[in-house]
Design a protein. Structure first.
Length: 305
């Protein structure tokens, strides 16, 4: 008899778990319908990229988005790995205003490391049964740049994006490939430049009229006061974001990131998400659940929705 009771209790628990899974799928359904065949750009870097378990979770998330009908594009960084390799050859990484000073030797290392990271991500996607193609901004004239200066200071081979030619991305998406882009570009003289991955993601998302742009970062999202966890902002309009940047409430590395987010929304990207890449499956939680887990920046006209 006791065995029967235990069995009944276990069956009830199992049924509850199954029903919860069904509820999750049903909650995701309207989002899957809404974003079917829409382009989403995922900027991938930071701690989530250096931790193998988190890296696999992110790739699983993006692969799932592809399999349920999204058209994802990954734009990746590799700053920490570049710094590690620069150190290996006895050089010291130098930064001016948060931007890596990139001499000729460092540029060579950066391109090598980004190419290595790029193909690792391609392999991880293809292990999950989705076709992926890794490219850099050089391929198909995707990212055309000019030399970038930081407050008038020469920071070497760092590029400022001037134009984006997304044809190669559209061609890959049309053939059912998942494009994975390394942030390297060419100037008009075919000189190679390193590009800030956030800048590359924003420019690409704008050029392909992405429905969403998601930044996987090392923070939970935006706070009105970083020292007050209750001041977390789950959603704000582009104008509200501009007020935050103008009010001196946002500092450090988040300021240029937030300015990039605002520019993307102002230039036609429907919604930008700032997510903590250290949270397993943060991308799915943000896109497929009502509550979400990060900060969403939306167009002013959507604020009332």
């Amino acid at each position: 008899m006791n065995k029967g009771k235990d069995a009944d209790g276990t069956m009830e628990k199992d049924m509850e778990q199954v029903l919860r899974k069904a509820e999750v799928l049903i909650e995701a359904l309207p989002y899957i319908q809404k974003f079917n065949r829409k382009i989403i750009v995922v900027k991938y870097g930071g701690s989530a990229m250096s931790n193998e378990a988190l890296q696999k979770n992110v790739i699983k998330d993006v692969t799932l988005l592809k399999l349920v009908g999204f058209k994802p594009i990954i734009v990746h960084g590799g700053g920490k790995e570049i710094s590690r390799w620069v150190g290996k050859v006895g050089k010291e990484a130098k930064f001016i205003n948060g931007l890596r000073v990139t001499d000729e030797e460092t540029m060579e290392i950066a391109e090598m490391v980004l190419g290595k990271v790029n193909k690792q991500l391609v392999t991880m996607v293809q292990e999950l049964g989705v076709k992926a193609v890794g490219i850099s901004g050089k391929d198909g004239g995707l990212l055309n740049v000019e030399k970038k200066y930081s407050d008038g200071q020469d920071i070497g081979f760092v590029g400022e994006i001037q134009t984006v030619n997304p044809k190669v991305l559209y061609d890959l998406l049309e053939k059912d490939f998942l494009p994975i882009v390394a942030p390297i570009g060419l100037d008009e003289h075919f000189q190679t430049y390193n590009i800030n991955a956030d800048d590359a993601a924003c420019a690409i998302a704008t050029a392909v009229h992405a429905e969403k742009l998601a930044f996987l970062t090392d923070i939970e999202g935006l706070y009105r006061d970083i020292n007050d966890k209750s001041s977390f902002i789950s959603r704000l309009s582009a104008s509200q974001a501009e007020e935050l940047t103008g009010g001196g409430l946002i500092g450090g590395g988040m300021l240029p990131k937030l300015n990039n987010c605002i520019a993307a929304v102002r230039n036609g990207v429907n919604r930008v998400h700032i997510l903590d890449g250290r949270i397993p499956h943060c991308l799915l939680l943000e896109i497929f659940t009502k509550e979400g887990v990060g900060t969403a920046i939306i167009a002013d006209e959507e604020q009332g929705e």
